[in-house]
Structure formats: C-alpha cells, structure tokens
Design a protein around this ligand. Structure first.
Ligand code: ADP
Ligand code: MG
Length: 401
C-alpha cells in the first residue's frame, strides 16, 4: 500500500472533525434499508474514528437527484438503518457545508457521529466544483475515503476533498486496495482470470487489459459464444455478438503474443428454450450445438478442465458468471468452479478475488462468498479497475513525495 496513508498514521484525532466519504447508496423498500452490506462495510472505519474521539461526519450520495433537493432521496431516510448497523445514535444534518454544519459540529461531542445530507443534492458534487469542495472542507480537519465503489467518479466528495485536507484511506478502502493489489497489481504467479457474463461488448476493455496481465484467461458465460463463433463454431440460437467476432479474434491473437492461454469450453449445456429445467435440456460438445439450440452453461468436462487450471495457479481474479445461473440448472458450472476456488483458497494455494454485481449474487448462491480471499461489491469501480484504469478517487489519495 505504498503511497497511501491509512488510519494508522492519523495521530491524535480527539475533538477533530473527520469528513468521511462512505457509499451508503443502499437499496430501500417500504422506508427501510433492505441490504445493509455497504453500511456494515464502513462501520469499522466510522467506529474506529469515533472511538478515537473524532467528531465523525458522514458524506454519501443516495440515488440520482441530479443536483437538486429531493425529499425522497434525503439521507434522513437511511438514518435509522445507519444507526441500527452502527449501534450508535447518529445526528442527521440537513446540509453538507455552511453554518448549519458548523453549528452541528458545535453540538456534537468528541466521538459523536453525524450524517450529512445527500451530496448529489448540489450540482457541485458531480461537477467536482472546487468552490463546493472548499465549502465542505472548511468544516473539517481531515478527510477519509472509505467508498471504493464510488471512487471511479471524480466528484467533489470522492476526489476534490482529497486535495484540500489531509487525506486517508478508510479500513474498507484499505482492504479493497490491498486485495486488488494481490490480485492484479502484484500477484503471485501464475494468475488465472475468469471472465463471464452476458456480453463481450461490456467487457472488451477488461479482456484487452487482462491478456497482458494473466497466464490463463478463462472465458465463460454468453460471451464465450462470441469467441466460439470467432473460431468457426456454430452456436445456434445462443446469445452471440456476431459483429464482435473480429474483436474476439484480435483478443485471442494478443493473448497468444503475450503467452496467455485462452480457455474456451469444449462442452456446453444447451436447450431449445430458455426456461427452468426445460425438457430439451442436454449437454454436448460445442461442435454439436443444433441450429435451434441455446448455450446456457458450460458443460461438466469444461468445468473439470478449468478446475485443473485453477489448481496450477496461485491467484484468481473473477468477474462474470459462467452460465445463466439465475435459472436452474444453468448455475452448475458457476457453482462448481466457485466451490473449487473456495476449496483451493481454504487450502492456502490460491488467492481469489472476485467482483461484479451478478458475480457477487452468483457466489452467494454458490454459498462461497465468505470463503474467497476477497469479494468486491463495487460494480462499476471494480470493472474499471479490471480494465487497468486509474480510479480518480483512489489516485487522489496517493501522497505526493
Ligand atoms: P457482472 O454483473 O458480475 O459483471 P454481467 O452483468 O456481465 O456480470 O453478466 C451476468 C449475466 O450474464 C447473468 O444475468 C447471466 O444470466 C448472464 N449469462 C451468463 N451466461 C449466459 C449465457 N450463456 N446466455 C445468456 N446469458 C448468460
Ligand atoms: Mg451485471
């Protein structure tokens, strides 16, 4: 973690005002938070600062109010959920800058926590307006970013503030950066990447970046069909981006030049209709897919071969399910490979890092989410990192000199 300042280097914070960027953009139903994962993720950071005697002010976006106040997207709505997870009373502060915030700071005692209003109520947030960031910074003594999942955006509270106050990585941000570094930054070799999901088009940049980074590129999911088609396989009625077969070929050429082995399935699970347990379900070699069949999962031989690949690797990075895992029985390849990855991780022979919205759901479904080394719940930020891009909110935390 060279270049980053963690909370370990904070010094005495008693009575100081911490401006902590979190991502509490949580799902709600009937006025209650339905998934507290993101709040739980930042709880250690918040409680550590509060217990050290700081006055902790939480900054988050919530929904897409597009630069205007909107009572349905006020962070006051999530206050109860935040208090429940933290087990502490939290003061709601209906602004992010100015005298109302200053007054609230006067009322808060060292160790108290305040939740500021939705940062995206002000257009300066998404514009990364320096004057807006200055206004927020004026009330704080230091800044902590604990919102990796929002750090692919250069906004005032994810990027701008880091230049105006002493800036630190929160504990969740630190864990995420350390895990990502172990997976692709500075990994133990050999490295395998699993890239699955629906479409090649959403992950072209990821694939292009990975071929120069990993020894084994495992392609599954709907996107494998495009690669199979590029190799002359007739994929029938499968999801396939025929206009991208040239791109797929270029990726395979680049992989070859970089000594990266691309793994495509040689058996698949197919059906004539996309439905749960369809009567037409069968497993076949990729060359035997009929014109009226749809590829919906990798076959058992492919999964076995991929498990053997993982056994030779020290590091795995995974984004995208191998099949249409939401519909039985097309979850089998994903579940089986996830269990192999979990077992190898448990034995200590594999560092496994996974991320992506549907990937997290699939790993939960497989029951192994907690058995991998690290699972990132950041969607867009995780993908941009897999593309090898610099995330502005992370880059701003790197100390110069
Ligand atoms: P993530 O959110 O983890 O980045 P994606 O959004 O790229 O993953 O892809 C997930 C989706 O891909 C799932 O909804 C899954 O059903 C779909 N998928 C996987 N394999 C296939 C396939 N063979 N045909 C159609 N859809 C597939
Ligand atoms: Mg998705």
């Amino acid at each position: 973690m060279a270049g980053f300042r963690t909370l370990d280097s904070l010094g005495d914070v008693a009575g100081k005002v911490a401006l902590v960027r979190v991502d509490f953009n949580v799902p709600m139903a009937d006025g209650a938070v339905t998934d507290t994962t993101r709040i739980k993720a930042s709880a250690p950071t918040i409680l550590e600062l509060a217990d050290a005697g700081a006055k902790v002010l939480l900054l988050t976006h919530f929904g897409r109010p597009k630069g205007q106040r909107n009572s349905t997207m006020s962070t006051s709505i999530i206050l109860d959920g935040v208090q429940d997870v933290l087990g502490r009373e939290v003061m709601f502060i209906p602004e992010v800058e100015g005298p109302v915030v200053a007054q609230a700071i006067g009322i808060l005692r060292p160790g108290d926590i305040g939740l500021l209003e939705n940062t995206r109520f002000w257009p300066g947030e998404e514009k990364n307006d320096p004057a807006f960031a200055q206004g927020i910074a004026a009330n704080g003594d230091f800044y902590v970013n604990d919102a990796f999942s929002a750090s692919h955006r250069a906004h005032a509270t994810t990027e701008g503030l880091a230049h105006l106050l002493p800036a630190f990585t929160g504990r969740a941000m630190q864990a995420e950066l350390e895990a990502l570094d172990k997976a692709l930054g500075n990994p133990q070799q050999p490295v395998a990447a699993v890239v699955g999901g629906a479409k090649v088009s959403t992950k072209l940049a990821v694939l292009e970046h990975l071929v120069s980074k990993v020894q084994h590129l495992i392609i599954g999911g709907g996107m494998a069909n495009t690669f199979l088609a590029a190799r002359g396989v007739d994929v029938g009625k499968s999801l396939c981006e025929h206009d991208l077969t040239a791109k797929a070929e270029a990726i395979m050429d680049a992989a070859e030049a970089a000594h990266c082995t691309v793994h495509l399935p040689y058996d698949v699970v197919v059906a004539k209709e996309f439905a749960a347990n369809p009567p037409s379900l069968r497993t076949c070699n990729v060359h035997e897919v009929a014109a009226d069949e749809i590829i919906l999962d990798l076959g058992p031989q492919a999964v076995e071969a991929l498990a053997d690949v993982l056994k030779t690797c020290r590091t795995l990075v995974w984004n995208g399910p191998l099949g249409a895992f939401e519909t039985p029985p097309f979850d089998q390849a994903t579940v089986a490979l996830a269990k192999t990855a979990a077992a190898l991780t448990g034995e200590g022979s594999l560092v496994s890092v996974a991320g992506g919205g549907d990937t997290v759901a699939a790993l939960n479904h497989a029951g192994v989410k907690d058995e991998l080394t690290y699972v990132s719940t950041a969607g867009g930020a995780f993908l941009e990192w897999m593309e090898g891009r610099e995330l502005p909110g992370v880059a701003a935390l790197i100390q110069q000199g």
